[in-house]
Design a protein around this ligand. Sequence first.
Ligand code: G3P
Length: 217
Amino acid sequence: MKFFVDTADTAAIKELNDLGMVDGVTTNPSLILKSGRDIIEVTKEICDMVSGPVSAEVVATEAKEMIAEGMKLAKIAPNIAIKVPLNWDGLTACKAFASEGHKVNVTLCFSAAQAILAAKAGASFISPFIGRIDDIHYDGTDLIEDIRIIYDNYSFSTEILAASIRSVNHVIDCAKIGADVVTAPPSVIKSMANHVLTDKGLEQFLKDWAKTGQKIL
Ligand code: G3P
């Protein structure tokens, strides 16, 4: 399973990347806003740091303009994956980018039907937003499961990039289903290390160690 980090915070990406936890990065207009940085500048910095795909999202609403924006984003670095929304214009742009050999991440996917279209249009990644589906009281992981079955039935090469990950349980559920990639905020990735019994066990070991009066160094 690959881990992408869902952020444009370069310090957070560096910390995880230095530990070998980063197979790629995803950004979107909201994350660029949160970073307070210029999209081209911050995306370039991320691409220089991370060797895997870095998704940079177009903001135009019509295919022709999306294609122009995407081509500009693709020039930032060879590891850019151009991110387009899952609507008809986005699919048109996806096909154009894929035909030119660019990686494309089709985002804002909320149904299996949409995921089929993205695969047909040559997407490298499909991004189903599971947290936002949970927000409206459906089960986001059901969608990951449906897409997994469909893509496997037809050997589609599009990778399932589970997005809108809000919790450690989301990551585990996606791993059990067989999502190819999970993109999660740094806080979720770091909290995967936490366990109450680890803390409790360590506390006991340290107490007992103190009683031995020994030192290792
Ligand atoms: O990868 C998409 C992600 O950034 C959206 O997450 O939590 O805003 O639904 P969220």
